[in-house]
Design a protein around this ligand. Structure first.
Ligand SMILES: [Zn+2]
Length: 82
């Protein structure tokens, strides 16, 4: 029969392994942040102009695609249709 120290040791080991796996996954596929701006627009796939990235470092779309997305979102909000 396992005593509490064995159980605690097993849980700590499992927790450590999960943390290491999560860290490895995040390192392999970092999410875009304001410090790592997206190079390409999420809408059209074209490069986001440097001026837009400078003005909005967290931008994930070019200006026309962002405007279109905002219009769609406003319409969806108004009509309730998603
Ligand atoms: Zn675009």
């Amino acid at each position: 029969m396992a005593d509490l120290a064995d159980i605690a040791g097993d849980l700590a080991e499992r927790d450590r392994a999960e943390s290491l796996a999560l860290h490895a996954a995040r390192t392999a596929h970092p999410r875009p942040t304001s410090r790592t701006p997206a190079d390409r627009c999420a809408g059209c796939g074209q490069p986001i102009p440097a001026a837009r990235r400078a003005a909005h470092p967290a931008a994930t779309r070019c200006a026309p695609c962002q405007a279109a997305a905002e219009v769609r979102r406003t319409r969806q909000h108004r009509t309730g249709v998603w």
